[in-house]
Design a protein around this ligand. Structure first.
Ligand code: AMP
Length: 408
């Protein structure tokens, strides 16, 4: 089945066309600066290896979808003759609140529920709503499925998701741990379970999705028991520009000292912290690692090392505490931009973890960069398997969409 996967942001729209029968990616692309001067589309036709970049006005997401359809059906750069060859659209949706623990087809009732989740992720939800509308306008009648970042984490028990605040705030505002990156954690933990070669019900896996945004999840028997992100994606480990977990009392303290509004402190914690905040020069792990490899004479060396040391320290704590929670550990998985490409960080996290049964294969770890397949980076004797597994959220979205369409 050919599924168009759409990830709509406030001024961008990423897409992939995937055949779910053969797991083949036909085309992918990005519409950028939607509704802003200088809108452009980047489109790649995979089989022919053709890439096009074109400036084209897009006032809204419907204009962007129109352009996507034109590129997909173009005789030169396209991969299908007409939109009839696409059976359905699968959308990535950041927040499904407590309503959705699985993917679902879009209906008027579902749309109303999504609007109720808007408060949790206003920018993302508004963007998704524009994406649904754009698809509806350009491809009326085509089934649309929603795949939620929060869904996989809905198996957590109340003791993992209730914050010890007055309970009324959970009832009144839905304040609880939701977790994010669920589609990625679901994909890599399922791949890891297959590699372990024992029934999923018996597996205990920690998945580390480490990219610009990062989260760690404990998956026991195929179900999430805990995850590092919380009510919002600000929680958990240090990220590119997000601080992750800090003492909550710092927030009112800083607001008072620096005369900051709630929006300003929120902006500092989301956009000016993490790697960027500590190094004061970059949020990108490539720049930070370059400074570390350059050595102590590099002006950014000390802070870069500190930023990576902080992340290492936090990841070790999460892996250890999740092993304790699950009463054991079969495997640790690294995925996403940094997890898939940084032997330095993986090496630091997995060193001195013998007590837990982790023993890294240094050569395998060094070679695991830009892989398209899963690769084992622990030694043959390591009690706990450590793997790098490239994530593929789009494939999960396409497969869920195909399954929903086949059922209906
Ligand atoms: P993501 O959010 O998954 O796209 O990941 C983005 C992060 O991955 C950025 O910090 C990138 O610098 C990092 N990244 C991507 N490729 C590499 C690489 N080859 N080595 C180290 N970090 C990388």
């Amino acid at each position: 089945m050919n599924i168009l996967v759409v990830n709509a942001g406030s001024s961008s729209l990423k897409y992939q066309l995937i055949d779910t029968d053969t797991d083949t990616l036909f085309a992918k692309g990005l519409c950028d600066r939607i509704g802003i001067e200088g809108s452009k589309i980047e489109h790649k036709q995979i089989a022919k290896g053709i890439k096009v970049k074109k400036e084209s006005p897009m006032k809204d997401h419907a204009d962007a979808m129109k352009l996507v359809v034109e590129h997909l059906t173009d005789p030169e750069v396209g991969c299908i003759k007409s939109m009839d060859e696409i059976q359905a659209i699968g959308h990535r949706v950041v927040h499904g609140g407590e309503y959705y623990s699985k993917s679902i087809l879009l209906t008027d009732e579902v749309l109303e529920k999504i609007k109720l989740c808007r408060d949790f992720a206003p920018l993302h939800t508004d963007a998704h709503l524009m994406g649904f509308k754009g698809c509806l306008e350009i491809m009326p009648g085509k089934p649309q499925a929603l795949v939620f970042d929060t869904a996989f984490h809905q198996t957590m028990a109340p003791e993992a998701y209730i914050y010890p605040l007055p309970y009324a705030y959970y009832e009144k505002y839905g304040i609880r741990r939701y977790g994010m990156h669920g589609t990625s954690h679901r994909y890599v933990s399922a791949e890891m379970a297959k590699l372990l070669g024992k029934p999923v019900e018996e597996t205990k896996i920690v998945t580390c999705h480490i990219g610009n945004g990062s989260s760690v999840t404990a998956v026991k028997g195929g179900k999430v028991v805990d995850t590092s992100m919380g009510f919002t994606p600000l929680a958990g480990v240090e990220m590119g520009t997000r601080c992750g977990d800090i003492d909550p009392a710092i927030v009112p303290y800083l607001m008072e000292k620096e005369n900051l509004s709630p929006a300003e402190i929120n902006n500092i914690m989301n956009k000016k912290s993490g790697f960027l905040g500590v190094t004061e020069f970059s949020s990108d792990s490539r720049d930070i690692e370059d400074a570390i490899f350059a050595g102590p004479t590099d002006p950014n060396y000390e802070r870069s090392k500190l930023a990576v040391d902080i992340l290492k320290h936090e990841l070790k704590k999460y892996i250890g505490s999740y092993a304790a929670l699950m009463n054991g550990l079969d495997a640790v998985v690294f995925t996403a931009g940094i997890g898939e490409n940084s032997p330095l960080l993986r090496g630091m996290v997995c060193s001195d973890m013998e007590y837990l049964g982790i023993e890294l294969d240094a050569a395998a770890n060094e070679s695991a960069v830009h892989q398209s397949d899963a690769i084992r980076i622990s030694t043959a004797d390591s009690k706990v398997s450590v793997y790098v597994i490239p994530t593929n959220e789009e494939l999960v979205i396409a497969k869920d969409t195909a399954a929903l369409v086949s059922k209906n």
